[in-house]
Design a protein around this ligand. Structure first.
Ligand SMILES: NC(=O)c1ccc[n+]([C@@H]2O[C@H](COP(=O)([O-])OP(=O)(O)OC[C@H]3O[C@@H](n4cnc5c(N)ncnc54)[C@H](OP(=O)(O)O)[C@@H]3O)[C@@H](O)[C@H]2O)c1
Length: 292
């Protein structure tokens, strides 16, 4: 099948392109800048396209039988409006951030994209929207990668002290990038009927404090968690960022870390046949590969 991939240059998209080529698809990799496509698998055809420039995206998708987008969900509406008649199936990316109760412009964009997707399905379109939780593991991942780099810089002679809001008791369910790629590849040619959306998540929720401990353990270190009030940490992150210091997490990310996330993994396993790996396994793989 001819599959066009938007977001082909992204942290996850590069690996999805390689996987779809390996699965025997005729892959068309798209980017706003052609030279960024130098990094994608050589078996893919490369084309320039910007979802926000209608003529470029219409031309680039003209022969696509399936369109997969790893570009942000907020771009769903113009993308869906540019699909060719030939296109039989669409796989879009959302985010579990859609379910946050915090004020979050990123989540608002995901909800807008989801609404556009539902309207398109109601008008006769066919496809699925996959909603990843925190993705980690790719060489340039900004989630766990930042934490690993921070820990690597921390002098070995000093105890590795990590302040977390409330001691990091809230939960998160990170998904390893290769499990995400496997889920997208399965969604391109599903072996059974799929619902409109599926959450793509790690095997179970884990507390932030355990995420930090497992990350330190992957580097052969022990992390000492120090509970601090959120307001203090947000203030420190804000002042440090204002003064130009590198902080592992921004004030907005710290706030998001005080909301527990918990998602069902069974739909991903049953419908897409992907059993995601545990966080400690994924973070050890990342460290072994030297990807941080
Ligand atoms: N990282 C996470 O923890 C996380 C969690 C939940 C959901 N997600 C979602 O999962 C997806 C993949 O994440 P990622 O971190 O791998 O993405 P990423 O590295 O940020 O890549 C985003 C891609 O979107 C493309 N893009 C942006 N604007 C575009 C436009 N106007 N037209 C065409 N392409 C455009 C970029 O391609 P060019 O720059 O080459 O044009 C880039 O390849 C994203 O949709 C993200 O929102 C991520």
């Amino acid at each position: 099948m001819r599959v066009a991939v938007l977001g082909a240059t992204g942290k996850t998209g590069r690996y999805l392109v390689a996987r779809l080529c390996h699965d025997g698809h005729a892959v068309v990799a798209l980017s706003r800048k052609l030279d960024r496509l130098d990094a994608v698998d050589g078996c893919a055809t490369r084309r320039q396209a910007d979802i926000l420039q209608r003529d470029t995206i219409v031309a680039a998708l003209a022969d696509a039988e399936c369109v997969v987008s790893l570009a942000h969900a907020s771009l769903a509406e113009p993308l869906l409006a540019a699909l060719p008649p030939l296109c039989r199936w669409v796989v879009l990316t959302g985010s579990v951030r859609r379910s946050t109760a915090l004020p979050d412009p990123g989540a608002d964009g995901v909800r807008r994209g989801e609404a556009a997707f539902r309207a398109w399905i109601a008008a006769g379109g066919r496809g699925v929207m996959l909603h990843p939780s925190m993705i980690f593991g790719a060489p340039d991942d900004r989630n766990v990668g930042r934490l690993l780099r921070f820990m690597r810089r921390w002098p070995r002679a000093l105890p590795l002290v990590v302040p977390l809001p409330g001691g990091g008791r809230h939960t998160v369910q990170p998904v390893y990038f290769e499990d995400l790629v496997a889920a997208f590849a399965a969604a391109v040619t599903p072996s059974r009927a799929l619902p409109l959306d599926i959450e793509i998540v790690g095997p179970q929720p884990m507390q932030y404090c355990d995420l930090v401990r497992a990350t330190a353990a992957a580097l052969g270190r022990r992390a000492w968690i120090v509970p601090l009030p959120l307001s203090l940490l947000v203030g420190v992150a804000y002042v440090a960022a204002t003064l130009g210091f590198k902080v592992p997490f921004t004030a907005a990310e710290l706030r998001r870390g005080t909301e527990s996330k918990r998602f069902a993994v069974e739909p991903m396993q049953t419908l897409l046949g992907v059993r995601p790996r545990a966080f400690d396994v994924g973070v050890r793989e990342k460290v072994t590969r030297g990807w941080f």
